[in-house]
Design a binder for this molecule. Structure first.
Ligand code: AMP
Length: 278
C-alpha cells in the first residue's frame, strides 16, 4: 500500500491507473469505513482512501480539536482491507494560505438549511468543498459513502450532479455494533456509562419502525421525545421523519418512503443515525 502526502505524489501514483474506487474518511477507522473499502476492492477497482480531518466542515471548535486521530492503526487496517493507496494531505496542501478556490463552494439549497444543516451551519458547504477537491485530485470512477451520514450522501449526489463528474456514487448500508449503535469514530470518546446510554438512538429508531404502520409521525415523534426525557445521560437534538427524496417532514400517516433521522448528545459527544421506516 502506497502513501501520498501531496497532490504531486498522488498524481504520480495514479498516472497509470484506471477504474479508481475512492473512499474519503476522517480516520479513526472502524468496520463501517472498512466496509466501503471492501466494496471497492470487491469491484476490482484500484482502491484509494483519504484520511483528512477537514477543518472547514466542523461548526464546533471543540469537536474538531477532540476528533480522534490514530493514523498508524488506520494505515494498518486499510492495508489489511486491500486498500492500495492512501492520500494523507496536510491542511496546507488542501487549503494553501488557509484559503480555497471559490469553484469548490457550492450551494446545496434546502439540504444545507434543513435537519442536520439547520443544526450544523456551514457543515455541508465544508463537506462539499473537500469532497469536490478530492474528486478533482483522485479522479475516481466510483466513490463510496455511508448511508449512516444520510443527508451527507444526498449532498454528495447533488454535488456530483452539479459538477457533472460522471463519478458513480455508491451509498453503503450502516454498519452497527452488536447492540445496534451505529459505528462512528466519535464512539471512541464515550465512557462506559455513556456507551451504554448511546444505544438509545437505535432503540428510538427501531421502536419508531415498529410503530410506523399503526401510528402517525407526530405520535412517533412524541414517543421518541419521551424516551429521551426519561434518560439523564442523553439529550435529543432532533428526531424527524422525512420523505428521503425531498427532505420534507412527514406529520401524519407514514407513506412510502419514510426515513427517520436522529441526532442526540451523549455527554458532549454528538451522535447521528437514521433508519428507513416504510
Ligand atoms: P467519516 O470518517 O466519519 O467522515 O466517514 C467516512 C465515510 O464512512 C463516510 O462516507 C461515512 O458515511 C462512512 N461511515 C461512517 N460510519 C459508518 C458506518 N457505521 N457504516 C457505514 N459507513 C459509515
Amino acid at each position: 500500500m502506497e502513501i501520498a502526502r501531496t497532490k504531486i505524489a498522488l498524481n504520480e501514483f495514479l498516472s497509470d491507473k484506471q477504474h479508481i474506487g475512492f473512499v474519503p474518511t476522517m480516520g479513526a477507522l472502524h468496520e463501517g469505513h472498512l466496509s466501503l473499502i471492501q466494496e471497492s476492492v470487491k469491484r476490482k477497482l484500484f482502491t484509494v482512501a483519504s484520511i483528512f480531518v477537514n477543518p472547514t466542515q466542523f461548526n464546533n471548535a471543540a469537536d474538531f480539536e477532540k476528533y480522534p486521530i490514530d493514523t498508524e492503526a488506520d494505515l494498518d487496517k486499510l492495508k489489511r482491507a486491500g486498500c492500495e493507496l492512501v492520500f494523507l494531505p496536510s491542511k496546507e496542501e488542501l487549503y494553501p494560505n488557509g484559503k480555497t478556490h471559490s469553484k469548490y463552494l457550492h450551494d446545496f439549497g434546502k439540504l444545507e438549511t434543513t435537519i442536520e444543516g439547520a443544526y450544523r451551519p456551514g457543515h455541508f458547504t465544508g463537506v462539499g468543498q473537500v469532497v469536490h477537491m478530492f474528486f478533482d485530485c483522485v479522479k475516481p470512477s466510483t466513490a463510496f459513502f455511508g448511508q449512516k451520514d444520510f443527508q451527507q450522501l444526498q449532498v454528495i449526489r447533488l454535488l456530483n450532479d452539479k459538477i457533472g463528474s460522471g463519478i458513480e456514487i455508491v451509498g453503503m448500508p450502516t454498519v452497527r455494533e452488536n447492540d445496534g449503535l451505529a459505528m462512528s469514530s466519535r464512539n471512541r470518546r464515550l465512557n462506559p456509562e455513556q456507551r451504554q446510554a448511546s444505544t438509545l438512538l437505535y432503540k428510538a429508531l427501531t421502536e419508531a419502525k415498529e410503530m410506523a404502520s399503526l401510528e402517525t409521525a407526530m405520535h412517533i415523534k412524541n414517543h421518541v421525545k419521551d424516551l429521551f426525557q426519561k434518560n439523564d445521560l442523553t439529550e435529543l437534538e432532533y428526531f424527524e421523519i422525512i420523505n428521503p427524496n425531498d427532505f420534507e417532514p412527514i406529520e401524519g400517516n407514514l407513506t412510502h418512503p419514510s426515513q427517520a433521522v436522529i441526532a442526540a448528545y451523549v455527554g458532549e459527544i454528538r451522535l447521528i443515525d437514521n433508519l428507513e421506516l416504510v
